[in-house]
Ligand binder design. Structure first.
Ligand SMILES: [Zn+2]
Ligand SMILES: [Zn+2]
Length: 266
Protein backbone atom coordinates (compact mmCIF):
# COMPACT_ATOMS: atom_id res chain seq x y z
CA UNK A 1 0.00 0.00 0.00
CA UNK A 2 0.97 3.62 -0.38
CA UNK A 3 0.10 6.71 1.63
CA UNK A 4 -0.30 9.85 -0.48
CA UNK A 5 -0.96 12.47 2.19
CA UNK A 6 1.64 12.84 4.95
CA UNK A 7 2.87 15.88 6.91
CA UNK A 8 6.32 16.03 8.47
CA UNK A 9 7.77 18.75 10.67
CA UNK A 10 8.04 20.95 7.60
CA UNK A 11 4.36 21.65 8.21
CA UNK A 12 3.71 23.93 11.18
CA UNK A 13 1.25 21.35 12.54
CA UNK A 14 3.46 18.32 11.69
CA UNK A 15 4.71 16.33 14.66
CA UNK A 16 7.07 13.79 13.07
CA UNK A 17 10.42 14.02 11.31
CA UNK A 18 10.68 12.63 7.81
CA UNK A 19 12.88 9.86 9.16
CA UNK A 20 10.26 8.87 11.76
CA UNK A 21 7.60 8.79 9.05
CA UNK A 22 9.76 6.56 6.84
CA UNK A 23 10.52 4.15 9.70
CA UNK A 24 6.82 3.90 10.55
CA UNK A 25 5.90 3.34 6.88
CA UNK A 26 8.40 0.46 6.71
CA UNK A 27 7.08 -0.99 10.00
CA UNK A 28 3.56 -0.91 8.54
CA UNK A 29 4.75 -2.63 5.37
CA UNK A 30 3.95 0.28 3.02
CA UNK A 31 5.69 0.30 -0.38
CA UNK A 32 5.52 4.01 -0.98
CA UNK A 33 4.84 7.30 0.78
CA UNK A 34 4.56 10.87 -0.44
CA UNK A 35 5.44 13.82 1.76
CA UNK A 36 2.77 16.46 1.13
CA UNK A 37 3.74 19.26 3.45
CA UNK A 38 1.67 22.43 3.56
CA UNK A 39 2.27 25.40 1.32
CA UNK A 40 -0.25 27.65 3.03
CA UNK A 41 0.75 31.22 2.41
CA UNK A 42 -1.40 33.99 3.94
CA UNK A 43 -3.19 31.82 6.41
CA UNK A 44 -5.59 33.92 8.54
CA UNK A 45 -4.28 33.38 12.06
CA UNK A 46 -0.61 32.55 12.01
CA UNK A 47 1.68 31.76 9.15
CA UNK A 48 1.93 28.30 7.66
CA UNK A 49 4.41 29.64 5.20
CA UNK A 50 7.17 27.61 3.61
CA UNK A 51 9.25 30.17 1.78
CA UNK A 52 11.47 29.36 -1.18
CA UNK A 53 14.54 28.59 0.96
CA UNK A 54 12.57 26.15 3.03
CA UNK A 55 11.15 24.44 -0.03
CA UNK A 56 14.69 23.82 -1.23
CA UNK A 57 15.58 22.35 2.15
CA UNK A 58 12.37 20.31 2.08
CA UNK A 59 13.20 18.83 -1.31
CA UNK A 60 16.79 18.15 -0.26
CA UNK A 61 15.65 16.29 2.82
CA UNK A 62 13.23 14.13 0.83
CA UNK A 63 16.12 13.29 -1.52
CA UNK A 64 18.27 12.35 1.49
CA UNK A 65 15.46 10.02 2.67
CA UNK A 66 15.23 8.52 -0.83
CA UNK A 67 18.92 7.66 -0.64
CA UNK A 68 18.77 6.35 2.91
CA UNK A 69 15.81 4.04 2.19
CA UNK A 70 16.68 3.17 -1.39
CA UNK A 71 15.37 -0.33 -2.22
CA UNK A 72 13.32 -0.47 1.00
CA UNK A 73 10.72 2.27 0.65
CA UNK A 74 9.73 4.43 -2.31
CA UNK A 75 9.52 8.07 -1.19
CA UNK A 76 7.98 10.75 -3.38
CA UNK A 77 8.02 14.54 -3.35
CA UNK A 78 4.63 16.14 -2.86
CA UNK A 79 2.99 19.31 -1.65
CA UNK A 80 -0.41 20.25 -0.29
CA UNK A 81 -1.16 23.68 -1.72
CA UNK A 82 -3.61 25.78 0.28
CA UNK A 83 -5.42 27.43 -2.64
CA UNK A 84 -6.45 31.06 -2.36
CA UNK A 85 -7.22 33.35 -5.31
CA UNK A 86 -4.21 35.62 -4.67
CA UNK A 87 -1.67 32.77 -4.52
CA UNK A 88 -2.17 30.94 -7.80
CA UNK A 89 0.68 32.60 -9.72
CA UNK A 90 3.07 31.98 -6.85
CA UNK A 91 2.12 28.29 -6.84
CA UNK A 92 2.79 28.05 -10.57
CA UNK A 93 6.22 29.55 -9.96
CA UNK A 94 6.99 27.11 -7.13
CA UNK A 95 5.95 24.13 -9.27
CA UNK A 96 8.05 25.39 -12.18
CA UNK A 97 11.06 25.64 -9.89
CA UNK A 98 10.98 22.37 -7.96
CA UNK A 99 10.74 18.75 -9.16
CA UNK A 100 7.50 17.60 -7.54
CA UNK A 101 5.86 14.20 -8.06
CA UNK A 102 2.40 14.90 -6.72
CA UNK A 103 0.31 17.97 -5.84
CA UNK A 104 -2.77 18.06 -3.63
CA UNK A 105 -4.87 21.20 -4.06
CA UNK A 106 -6.73 21.92 -0.85
CA UNK A 107 -8.96 24.77 0.14
CA UNK A 108 -8.28 25.70 3.77
CA UNK A 109 -9.38 29.33 3.58
CA UNK A 110 -12.71 30.69 2.33
CA UNK A 111 -13.54 34.42 2.52
CA UNK A 112 -10.47 34.89 4.73
CA UNK A 113 -11.60 32.23 7.22
CA UNK A 114 -10.34 28.69 7.85
CA UNK A 115 -13.17 26.40 9.00
CA UNK A 116 -10.58 25.09 11.47
CA UNK A 117 -11.00 28.37 13.37
CA UNK A 118 -14.82 28.03 13.68
CA UNK A 119 -15.74 31.66 12.84
CA UNK A 120 -16.40 30.33 9.33
CA UNK A 121 -19.61 28.66 10.57
CA UNK A 122 -21.02 31.59 12.58
CA UNK A 123 -23.40 33.07 10.00
CA UNK A 124 -24.14 29.86 8.08
CA UNK A 125 -26.56 26.97 8.17
CA UNK A 126 -25.06 23.50 7.79
CA UNK A 127 -26.01 23.47 4.11
CA UNK A 128 -24.56 26.97 3.52
CA UNK A 129 -21.29 25.95 5.16
CA UNK A 130 -20.88 23.21 2.54
CA UNK A 131 -22.23 25.13 -0.45
CA UNK A 132 -19.96 28.15 0.13
CA UNK A 133 -16.95 25.83 0.47
CA UNK A 134 -17.71 23.91 -2.74
CA UNK A 135 -18.34 27.17 -4.62
CA UNK A 136 -14.86 28.30 -3.63
CA UNK A 137 -13.28 25.04 -4.85
CA UNK A 138 -15.15 25.37 -8.14
CA UNK A 139 -14.02 28.97 -8.64
CA UNK A 140 -10.39 28.10 -7.79
CA UNK A 141 -10.09 25.09 -10.08
CA UNK A 142 -11.54 27.11 -12.93
CA UNK A 143 -8.63 29.51 -12.40
CA UNK A 144 -5.89 27.04 -11.50
CA UNK A 145 -4.80 23.85 -13.19
CA UNK A 146 -1.46 22.95 -11.62
CA UNK A 147 -2.50 20.13 -9.29
CA UNK A 148 -3.27 16.40 -9.37
CA UNK A 149 -6.06 15.84 -6.85
CA UNK A 150 -8.39 17.89 -4.65
CA UNK A 151 -7.67 17.30 -0.95
CA UNK A 152 -10.34 16.40 1.62
CA UNK A 153 -13.25 17.56 -0.55
CA UNK A 154 -15.67 17.91 2.39
CA UNK A 155 -13.17 19.65 4.68
CA UNK A 156 -15.93 21.72 6.34
CA UNK A 157 -17.20 18.49 7.91
CA UNK A 158 -14.00 18.02 9.89
CA UNK A 159 -14.32 21.09 12.10
CA UNK A 160 -18.04 21.90 11.99
CA UNK A 161 -19.46 22.88 15.38
CA UNK A 162 -22.96 22.25 13.95
CA UNK A 163 -24.52 18.92 14.86
CA UNK A 164 -23.59 16.20 12.37
CA UNK A 165 -26.40 14.91 10.11
CA UNK A 166 -26.41 11.44 8.55
CA UNK A 167 -27.01 12.76 5.02
CA UNK A 168 -24.97 15.94 5.13
CA UNK A 169 -22.56 14.63 2.47
CA UNK A 170 -25.40 15.33 -0.01
CA UNK A 171 -25.38 19.10 0.58
CA UNK A 172 -24.11 20.95 -2.46
CA UNK A 173 -24.20 17.84 -4.64
CA UNK A 174 -24.90 19.84 -7.82
CA UNK A 175 -21.73 21.89 -7.27
CA UNK A 176 -19.75 18.76 -6.40
CA UNK A 177 -20.83 17.29 -9.74
CA UNK A 178 -19.70 20.42 -11.54
CA UNK A 179 -16.32 20.16 -9.79
CA UNK A 180 -16.07 16.49 -10.78
CA UNK A 181 -16.85 17.20 -14.43
CA UNK A 182 -13.99 19.71 -14.59
CA UNK A 183 -11.61 17.31 -12.83
CA UNK A 184 -12.52 14.44 -15.14
CA UNK A 185 -12.22 16.57 -18.27
CA UNK A 186 -8.71 17.60 -17.19
CA UNK A 187 -7.69 14.10 -16.08
CA UNK A 188 -7.40 15.10 -12.44
CA UNK A 189 -8.85 13.47 -9.42
CA UNK A 190 -9.79 13.36 -5.79
CA UNK A 191 -8.24 11.76 -2.74
CA UNK A 192 -9.77 9.36 -0.26
CA UNK A 193 -8.69 11.06 2.96
CA UNK A 194 -8.93 8.44 5.70
CA UNK A 195 -8.59 10.94 8.55
CA UNK A 196 -12.38 11.20 8.15
CA UNK A 197 -12.74 7.87 9.95
CA UNK A 198 -11.80 9.70 13.15
CA UNK A 199 -14.85 11.95 12.77
CA UNK A 200 -18.29 11.11 14.18
CA UNK A 201 -19.48 10.42 10.61
CA UNK A 202 -17.10 7.42 10.60
CA UNK A 203 -16.52 7.92 6.86
CA UNK A 204 -13.58 8.97 4.71
CA UNK A 205 -13.38 12.46 3.20
CA UNK A 206 -15.29 12.66 0.99
CA UNK A 207 -17.94 10.10 1.84
CA UNK A 208 -17.82 6.81 -0.12
CA UNK A 209 -21.13 7.76 -1.79
CA UNK A 210 -19.46 10.87 -3.21
CA UNK A 211 -16.39 8.93 -4.34
CA UNK A 212 -18.77 6.50 -6.05
CA UNK A 213 -20.43 9.46 -7.79
CA UNK A 214 -17.00 10.59 -9.06
CA UNK A 215 -16.37 7.13 -10.51
CA UNK A 216 -19.86 6.96 -12.04
CA UNK A 217 -19.25 10.25 -13.83
CA UNK A 218 -16.11 8.70 -15.33
CA UNK A 219 -13.49 9.78 -12.76
CA UNK A 220 -10.49 7.48 -12.58
CA UNK A 221 -7.79 9.37 -10.68
CA UNK A 222 -8.26 8.50 -7.01
CA UNK A 223 -5.44 8.57 -4.47
CA UNK A 224 -5.50 7.42 -0.86
CA UNK A 225 -3.95 9.38 1.99
CA UNK A 226 -4.09 9.42 5.76
CA UNK A 227 -3.35 13.14 6.26
CA UNK A 228 -1.08 11.92 9.07
CA UNK A 229 0.65 14.61 11.14
CA UNK A 230 2.21 12.05 13.53
CA UNK A 231 3.43 8.47 13.17
CA UNK A 232 0.27 6.92 14.65
CA UNK A 233 -1.76 8.41 11.79
CA UNK A 234 0.11 6.77 8.91
CA UNK A 235 -2.09 4.57 6.68
CA UNK A 236 -4.92 5.12 9.17
CA UNK A 237 -7.89 2.76 8.46
CA UNK A 238 -6.55 1.96 4.97
CA UNK A 239 -7.80 -1.67 5.13
CA UNK A 240 -11.30 -0.46 5.82
CA UNK A 241 -11.16 2.22 3.13
CA UNK A 242 -10.01 -0.32 0.54
CA UNK A 243 -12.83 -2.69 1.49
CA UNK A 244 -15.39 0.09 1.18
CA UNK A 245 -13.96 1.29 -2.14
CA UNK A 246 -14.13 -2.24 -3.56
CA UNK A 247 -17.71 -2.58 -2.34
CA UNK A 248 -18.47 0.66 -4.18
CA UNK A 249 -17.09 -0.89 -7.37
CA UNK A 250 -13.77 0.98 -7.40
CA UNK A 251 -10.97 -1.35 -8.44
CA UNK A 252 -8.01 0.97 -8.97
CA UNK A 253 -6.13 3.66 -7.08
CA UNK A 254 -3.59 6.07 -8.49
CA UNK A 255 0.10 6.67 -7.79
CA UNK A 256 2.13 9.52 -9.25
CA UNK A 257 5.64 9.92 -10.55
CA UNK A 258 6.74 13.39 -11.72
CA UNK A 259 3.08 14.40 -11.93
CA UNK A 260 2.20 11.42 -14.15
CA UNK A 261 -0.52 9.06 -12.93
CA UNK A 262 -0.12 5.30 -12.75
CA UNK A 263 -3.12 3.08 -12.00
CA UNK A 264 -2.75 0.30 -9.43
CA UNK A 265 -5.32 -2.47 -8.91
CA UNK A 266 -6.62 -2.90 -5.38
ZN1 LIG B 1 -5.43 19.99 4.31
ZN1 LIG C 1 -3.01 17.66 4.92
Amino acid sequence: MFDYHIHSQYSVDGKMTMDEACKQAIALGLDEIVFTDHIDVDWPDHTFHLDMDNIEKYINEIEAMQQKYNGILSIKKGMELGLQPSLLDEFDKILDTFPIDFVIASVHVVDGMDPYLKNYYLDKTKEESYVRYYEEILMLIKAFDNFDVIGHLDYVKRYSPLEWEEEEHLYGLDIIEEIFKILIEREKGIEVNTSGYRHISDAPMPNIEIIKKFAQLGGEIITIGSDAHSTDGLAFSFDRAIDELKEAGITQLTKFNQRKPEMVSI
